[in-house]
Design a protein around this ligand. Structure first.
Ligand SMILES: NC(=O)c1ccc[n+]([C@@H]2O[C@H](COP(=O)([O-])OP(=O)(O)OC[C@H]3O[C@@H](n4cnc5c(N)ncnc54)[C@H](OP(=O)(O)O)[C@@H]3O)[C@@H](O)[C@H]2O)c1
Length: 265
């Protein structure tokens, strides 16, 4: 694919397009007429996806977003191509007790779920601002809100993973506020449990747990974008719950003062 504007006028870059939610994004966006840049490590999966999609142009980019070089490769593409949409979807979880989580696994997680979406967004945004339009979808998860949950309710140890999701939530909310006057939209997507390879790749069998399909997650995300939702939670009926979280957070933020609170005196 050259640096020219795509014939359809719409071009999306999807990270983690080689399986699961990312592949579902690629299929839906292709059906909607987007040309695609599909990023992942598994070349065979990306090539198979490209072969399956017809009527649009697909460029497969093999990059490891756990490495600085991989992030730089994709960031250069984000800065150089006229992206209408960036989907920061790639992810791993590494559920594990914190004291046993190998440092390299923690680092991989932070790179793929924090460094990559941050730097790819940073690379894509100036061009989107110049064009006066663009959308960024950052895939987090409902676990972003699970920090205070007692361990017996969510026994899988997940502190670093949910920390990365919380970063994505806060960054997306703040970025959407910052960029909406420039005509950009930023969404944070909050799937629950989804039927993909995500858990099996960690050696977990969640087939007994009711799971949403990846295609339903994508339907919600794209519909949520059209609705102007910043937080898109495909499986949560009551969207007002998120308004309540936002209001409570802003109330706490606004309640601070330079005086030492009474309970600490
Ligand atoms: N499944 C769920 O229940 C669930 C729930 C909430 C949120 N999510 C989020 O949804 C996103 C997609 O996950 P999924 O469920 O679709 O799982 P998946 O089928 O395992 O897909 C993960 C994707 O991320 C890519 N990826 C992982 N590490 C990468 C790296 N170092 N560099 C480049 N690409 C990398 C994988 O591609 P390669 O292996 O080819 O590199 C794959 O395409 C994740 O960010 C996850 O946090 C999933």
């Amino acid at each position: 694919m050259s640096n020219s504007v795509s014939p359809t006028g719409r071009l999306a870059l999807v990270t983690g397009a080689s399986s699961g939610i990312g592949a579902a994004f690629a299929r839906q966006l292709a059906a909607d007429g987007y040309d695609l840049i599909a990023v992942g490590r598994r070349r065979d999966r990306l090539d198979a996806l490209a072969a399956e999609l017809s009527g649009i142009r697909v460029r497969a980019v093999v990059a490891d977003l756990a490495t600085d070089a991989g992030v730089e490769t994709v960031a250069r593409i984000c800065a150089g191509e006229p992206l209408s949409m960036l989907v920061n979807n790639a992810g791993v979880a590494h559920y594990m007790p914190f004291a046993e989580l190998p440092a390299d696994k923690a680092s991989e997680l932070l790179h793929v779920k924090v460094v990559a979406p941050t730097l790819l967004s940073r690379a894509a945004v100036p061009g989107m601002i110049a064009r006066g339009k663009g959308a960024i979808i950052n895939v987090a998860g409902m676990l972003a809100f699970s920090g205070p949950a007692p361990i017996d309710r969510l026994p899988l140890r997940r502190a670093v993973y949910i920390g990365t999701l919380a970063h994505i939530v806060a960054m997306s909310q703040a970025l959407n506020e910052e960029l909406k006057a420039d005509g950009l939209q930023v969404q944070v997507l909050l799937p629950g449990v989804v039927a993909t390879e995500f858990h099996t790749r960690q050696g977990l069998d969640l087939t007994a747990v009711p799971r949403m399909s990846a295609s339903d997650v994508v339907i919600a995300s794209l519909r949520g974008l059209a609705l102007g939702e910043v937080l898109c939670a495909p499986g949560v009926e009551r969207a007002d719950l998120f308004d309540a979280i936002a209001q409570a957070g802003l109330a706490a933020f606004g309640a601070q003062s330079p005086q030492l609170a009474e309970r600490y005196r």
